[in-house]
Design a protein around this ligand. Structure first.
Ligand code: SF4
Ligand code: SF4
Length: 129
């Protein structure tokens, strides 16, 4: 089970040139779209509230207070590493770790920037046929 999720995570990273790209999900989109897969829970020991994705599009559990603080800054919270296949309502992007000029930074895998989205199973029209 764990190896499957590791493989899924690896599908969302490209290291074929020196740019080092990762697909990320923006939790701000989960909140704005009121996604039903977004869950919240409170840590009884610390009192901290966390949020996560039931769909495991991202596996990180994010502390809500830290997220809200970051959202109030100019750059916002940003994205977290994508570990599963997103659905249309997920806000996704590709983050580049390094920038540079010349051949070492020339993209040799442009399809990595294609959308990784799959249809939302909740809206799968085949169920109605
Ligand atoms: S399915 Fe997408 S929009 Fe919904 S909680 Fe997960 S990452 Fe966010
Ligand atoms: S720029 Fe292209 S080849 Fe380089 S890491 Fe990103 S996706 Fe891969």
């Amino acid at each position: 089970m764990e190896s499957a999720s590791v493989n899924a995570a690896e599908q969302h990273e490209c290291r074929q040139c020196c740019t080092f790209c990762d697909r990320v999900v923006h939790p701000s989109g989960c909140i704005e779209s009121r996604c039903a897969y977004l869950y919240l829970f409170d840590d009884e020991q610390t009192g901290q509230r966390f949020m996560g994705c039931m769909n495991k599009v991202f596996r990180a559990e994010i502390e809500v207070e830290a997220f809200e603080q970051a959202q109030r800054t100019r750059h916002g919270f940003g994205g977290v590493k994508m570990t599963g296949r997103p659905i249309p309502r997920c806000r996704t992007s590709v983050e580049k770790a390094y920038g540079g000029y010349g051949e070492p930074f020339d993209c040799v895998n442009p399809r990595f920037f294609d959308s990784p989205v799959e249809p939302d199973p909740a809206f799968d029209l085949r169920d109605r046929l």
